[in-house]
Design a protein around this ligand. Structure first.
Ligand code: ARG
Length: 577
């Protein structure tokens, strides 16, 4: 681990932090952002430090004077050519060209492009996808799957031990409705032909009936109670529903390249629920109210949380509390991250606070996302917003196939199909991951599959094209190894490209820390665009020896960065498109 390369932000931030304590030894720096970050505009420099402004108030000094004091009588870090004070007190850093070139060389030969293992020795549980058994997956679950999986990949890449857990809804009230529907409405022929579709139909019919007819609802509750008390017939039905649904979910997961370490549904925690109630009682925070057991959250200005209903049944929150305890006991995670849509924010706030009151320590994080608007009417089924995920994937792949046939008509059909699968699935994932998770997204096929916009096909195509530069080099200069030549950053565009390549590690760290894969997507798109300017403006294979090899090396680094970055978003990069 000692051979790890520091990222530029780590390196400059350390310098700034040390420098600050040297100059202002008495100041408590815990409240001041001393980090050095990439410049907002290349014309200001490569990196900037805003510490002087942050510290000025605390020091009761003019920020420019603080900045001056930081730079006075000291030597700059090795990497830095010059540092300037600008505006109200920003410190702008300009990297030395030569240092940057050597840094890139070291990144190129390092493992995982030099991205440091900042998560080594740390554990994070990521709870994502988590669809409900016997109900169709909806767009909220696909978003949770895609965003959660990207967070999973980002953390693993940074060296965290990740426990990816699919917290299936396999124990809720839907089972009473389902069992009743199954007994009354099932069509054996349809069930044999397409079990999931038939279960769905039966569920929807029974659900509608329960909404309209109170006695149906009561009967459904009775079936649920029987199930929960271990009635063998209902247990067997339940098991059957779980197995059928899991088969369907797994088909989708394998298509999406998603794998879980655990798939512990709510039922796994059933026998751990009484201990939650006991712990709450012992803490003195359990109260009885109208026959139910509740926890008041008045101090937190939140509505009370029911942990046991008046009929004795536990709630969603109770299960989640049992889940927290079980995960802490088993994995000792530093963080437990939950990925769901925005409608569950209150639920998470409530049980996070209760877990804290119980003294169950882990950093609990709810990563929520907004709704996604789909093309009008495209996939809506009887349940309004509920869509058939697989149809969405199929349509994307068939649209991608049309693109591939056009761009590579000579490719054998089975290869075209494989590429279309990578492009079609990649397009759906990227359309989601490239947006701030909390913004409203309107999905359109035009944007998702745009060959020259911020889309997966654009980036996949860029990867394939860049890789071909290396192939052409090998053809024209057989037996030569560009790595034997140093990287030189002569042209402004080369330098700009190099600064971006060098930011990859910091971007991965930032995306994981903020739980925002779009930070990485934005970066990859920008990198591909700068590359394209580079490609159009300087000669490669026709450049003089030395310059040529340096450029080929830069190309390879861009290709590796795009490929690795896309893989962290769960997007495949076919050799050819
Ligand atoms: N099954 C839930 C749903 O579909 C999501 C579960 C999220 N995870 C959790 N630990 N609550 O809404």
């Amino acid at each position: 681990m000692s051979s790890q390369i520091q990222t530029i932000e780590q390196y400059l931030s350390n310098w700034a932090r040390n420098r600050f304590t040297e100059v202002f030894p008495e100041t408590d720096t815990s409240e001041i952002a001393l980090d050095v970050v990439p410049s907002t505009d290349d014309s200001f420099g490569d990196y900037q430090c805003n510490a002087a402004m942050a510290a000025a108030r605390l020091l009761k000094r003019n920020p420019r004077d603080v900045a001056k004091a930081l730079l006075a009588d000291t030597s700059l870090p090795d990497a830095i050519d010059r540092a300037e004070i600008a505006g109200p007190g920003f410190i702008n850093f300009h990297l030395k060209n030569d240092w940057l070139a050597r840094h890139l060389e070291s990144l190129q030969s390092a493992e995982q492009l030099g991205v440091p293992g900042v998560g080594a020795g740390r554990t994070v549980v990521i709870d994502y996808s988590s669809p409900n058994i016997a109900k169709p997956m909806h767009i909220g679950h696909i978003r949770s799957t895609v965003i959660g999986n990207a967070l999973d990949r980002l953390h693993r890449f940074l060296g965290y031990r990740v426990i990816a857990d699919n917290h299936l809804g396999d124990w809720g009230t839907q089972f009473g409705i389902m069992i009743l529907g199954y007994r009354n409405f099932r069509d054996e022929t349809a069930l044999a032909a397409d079990p999931i579709a038939e279960l769905e139909r039966v569920y929807v019919k029974s659900y509608e009936q329960a909404k309209a007819d109170e006695s149906w609802m009561t009967a459904a509750r009775a079936e649920l109670v029987k199930l929960q008390q271990g009635d063998p017939e209902n247990r067997a039905l339940w098991k059957n529903f779980v197995d059928l649904s899991m088969g369907e979910f797994e088909r989708i997961y394998s298509r999406l390249d998603v794998r879980f370490d655990l798939a512990r549904g709510e039922s796994f925690y059933n026998d751990k629920l009484p201990a939650v109630l006991a712990a709450l009682r012992e803490k003195g925070i359990l109260e009885e109210s109208e026959g139910a057991q509740i926890v008041r959250l008045d101090d937190e200005k939140l509505p009370l949380c029911i942990v046991q209903k008046s009929d004795g049944a536990a709630n969603y929150a109770t299960t989640d509390l049992a889940t927290v305890k079980s995960r802490i006991d088993e994995f000792a995670p530093e963080k437990i991250v939950y990925v769901t849509d925005e409608r569950q924010q209150l639920h998470f706030k409530q049980f996070f606070i209760i877990a804290r009151k119980l003294g169950w320590h882990a950093d609990l994080v709810h990563v929520w996302f907004g709704l996604m608007r789909l093309p009008e009417g495209t996939f809506s089924t009887r349940q309004g917003n509920v869509i058939k995920l697989e149809r969405l994937l199929d349509e994307s792949v068939s649209r991608a196939l049309a693109l591939v046939k056009e761009s590579s008509p000579e490719m054998p059909p089975d290869q075209q199909q494989a590429v279309a699968e990578a492009v079609g699935i990649g397009a759906i994932k990227y359309a989601d991951l490239s947006k701030d998770p909390q913004s409203l997204i309107t999905f359109t096929w035009e944007k998702a599959l745009a060959m020259n916009g911020n889309s997966a096909p654009y980036l996949q195509y860029a990867c394939a094209r860049i890789a071909s530069v290396r192939d052409k080099y090998r053809e024209q200069f057989p037996g030569r190894d560009p790595d034997e030549f140093p990287i030189v950053l002569g042209e402004a565009i080369e330098r700009k490209l190099a600064t971006r390549v060098a930011r990859f590690g910091d971007i991965v760290i930032r995306a994981a820390k903020a739980y925002r894969p779009n930070v990485l997507a934005d970066y990859l798109f920008e990198l591909a665009q700068i590359y394209s300017t580079f490609y159009q403006n300087v000669p490669f294979l026709k450049a003089p020896e030395g310059t040529r090899e340096s450029r080929v090396r830069l190309c390879e680094m861009v290709a590796a960065t795009l490929r690795t970055g896309l893989s962290l978003l769960g997007i495949r990069t076919p050799e050819r498109i």
